[in-house]
Design a protein around this ligand. Structure first.
Ligand code: HEC
Length: 131
């Protein structure tokens, strides 16, 4: 019993942080403001766009492939990357801190700048609708 209590606490904290992809997307849309409405087709364009800022990663699809429901491969390390779409990977878009961390890193590498909250909301709408 002595060891059970801290474990329950950890489990409860973990559960409090988990969100649905919809909540994560809605938070970004709200952060963009002005009654922003996320659009999956804009997210799809963003995913496919060749920014050509980096020679190694011209686009998101360089590592994630052009189908977010398929596994990807890191363009440099060759490491497998699990699918980004929640339909193929239920863990995706449920941990706001993880989502934000990777948006920050990948947007800087690929687009040469941070993504706006609206771009993130569109991207999440696109991933959520991927089948
Ligand atoms: C250099 C390879 C690479 C490129 C290019 C890349 N990503 Fe990623 N991405 C990763 C890796 C590695 C992870 C983290 C590993 C994992 O979660 O499977 C990741 C994870 C993510 C996640 C986290 C999702 C979650 O809930 O777990 C998002 C969102 C994401 N990428 C979006 C993007 C977007 C948007 C672009 C284009 C601007 C992009 N990525 C381009 C390699 C890449």
């Amino acid at each position: 019993m002595k060891h059970l209590f801290p474990m329950l606490l950890i489990a409860a904290c973990g559960a409090a942080q988990a969100e649905t992809p919809r909540q994560v997307g809605d938070n970004y849309a709200a952060a963009q403001g002005g009654g922003f409405r996320a659009t999956a087709s804009r997210g799809a364009d963003f995913f496919a766009r060749k920014f050509n800022v980096s020679e190694k990663f011209p686009a998101c699809v360089t590592c994630h492939t052009d189908n977010p429901a398929q596994p990807g491969r890191h363009a440099i390390t060759g490491k497998d990357i699990k699918p980004l779409a929640p339909v193929a990977n239920a863990e995706r878009l449920t941990d706001p801190a993880k989502v934000e961390k990777w948006f920050k890193r990948n947007c800087k590498e690929v687009a040469g700048r941070e993504c706006s909250a609206g771009e993130k909301a569109d991207f999440i709408a696109f991933l959520s609708e991927a089948r």
